[in-house]
Design a protein around this ligand. Structure first.
Ligand SMILES: NC(=O)c1ccc[n+]([C@@H]2O[C@H](COP(=O)([O-])OP(=O)(O)OC[C@H]3O[C@@H](n4cnc5c(N)ncnc54)[C@H](OP(=O)(O)O)[C@@H]3O)[C@@H](O)[C@H]2O)c1
Length: 336
């Protein structure tokens, strides 16, 4: 099979498409013929060696993929040959709380990932694809959409009539925009680019603001919500944005801590956190149960992922470079 590999050393320029032996399913295992994959910011960090510099190489990157079951090992009962499936992000996290063992079972590092023609996983590490979605659309779900679902629903408790602030217009935030609307909530979207803000408005954002032109956006968000503040912030910025998020969130509101695009450390007014009873909740994607709950919500509302561009597998490096440029809106896909 053909597979994209980080071989020898980290770096976008070290990415190669190579040949590997076709995987064979052991007992309880399934070989999936992948038809599509999608990129996450994590893949860029992984390829550059910033996610885990001690990750053993070679590694097939990619944590999002979709395809059909090609072969099953002895004892497999959850899926059959021909079923359309997505491998889940953390292969051992099926439900309940995560623990270190479950969190170490993620595709695209430490385990080989989805930028390949085939992948072998446990029969437990798969979910069925909603029938209305194409392979490419389904390949956008395992990391970004499950993360958005957990930020808004499982941990965020977002309900109809509430307001959520979404940072930037990348994969996680655009899924969060679609899910917020499905839940009957209002979304305020920030971006560094006005054209992306227009696009977010067309997709249903209730209000938009440019965080480059308005670096102190927290107070503006408060005004937009009549002085109350938002119920939830989807925090992908991290260090450089958390203080504004704190200014934007209501008393008793929540901040779903997802990414550190603007820095991994922060100096915060902690009295504000306690006096205003703000809840800061770290998010790590989610379990198979969350993925299946997400799929039910997507199906009811017939939500289709927002896909910016698609590249063939051989051009995975160009796709990652496009992501690094920050020009994309929503997800970037790979066809396999
Ligand atoms: N914890 C988890 O489970 C989890 C899961 C998925 C992703 N993540 C993390 O979440 C972040 C987003 O992931 P993604 O896959 O959605 O990435 P992505 O598609 O590359 O989106 C990144 C977007 O974030 C926006 N951004 C960049 N710097 C920003 C800043 N200082 N303030 C506000 N927005 C900023 C930009 O939007 P504009 O171009 O519109 O300005 C950019 O397009 C990454 O840090 C990723 O590692 C974490």
């Amino acid at each position: 099979m053909r597979a994209v590999e980080i071989r020898g050393a980290f770096g976008l320029d070290r990415l190669r498409v190579g040949e590997r032996p076709d995987p064979k399913p052991g007992p309880g295992e399934v070989v999936v013929r992948l038809r599509a994959a999608s990129l996450n910011y994590r893949d860029l960090l992984m390829v550059r060696g910033h996610y885990n510099p001690r990750q053993p190489l070679p590694l097939i990157p990619g944590s999002d993929g979709a395809g059909e079951v090609q072969a099953i090992g002895s004892g497999v009962t959850r899926v059959a040959v021909g079923d359309r499936v997505c491998p889940i992000f953390a292969q051992r996290w099926l439900g309940g709380e995560p623990d270190p063992r479950r969190l170490r079972s993620t595709l695209g590092g430490p385990l080989n990932g989805t930028f390949a023609e085939q992948i072998v996983v446990s029969e437990e590490g798969l979910v069925a694809i909603p029938s209305y979605l194409s392979d490419l659309e389904a390949a956008c779900l395992p990391c970004a959409a499950v993360t958005a679902y957990n930020a808004l629903v499982t941990e965020g408790g977002l309900t109809a009539g509430q307001t959520v602030l979404l940072q930037g217009t990348g994969g996680v935030s655009m899924f969060a925009l679609q899910l917020a609307q499905a839940l009957g909530a209002r979304a305020i979207v920030t971006s560094s680019q006005d054209t992306k803000l227009e696009h977010a408005s067309q997709l249903g954002a209730w209000a938009v603001l440019n965080y480059d032109q308005e670096p102190q956006w927290g107070q503006r968000v408060k005004k937009l919500t009549g002085g109350r503040g938002v119920d939830l912030v989807v925090e992908v910025g991290g260090g450089g944005t958390l203080a504004q998020s704190l200014a934007a969130v209501r008393v008793g509101g929540r901040i779903a801590m997802i990414g550190v695009l603007s820095g991994a450390t922060s100096e915060l007014a902690l009295t504000s956190v306690l006096m205003r009873r703000v809840r800061l909740q770290g998010i790590m994607v989610g379990s198979r149960d969350s993925f299946e709950a997400l799929n039910r919500l997507l199906e009811v509302h017939q939500i289709r992922p927002v896909i910016d561009r698609t590249y063939p597998l051989d051009e995975a490096r160009a796709a990652l470079e496009w992501m690094a440029s920050g020009s994309h809106f929503g997800k970037i896909g790979l066809t396999i």
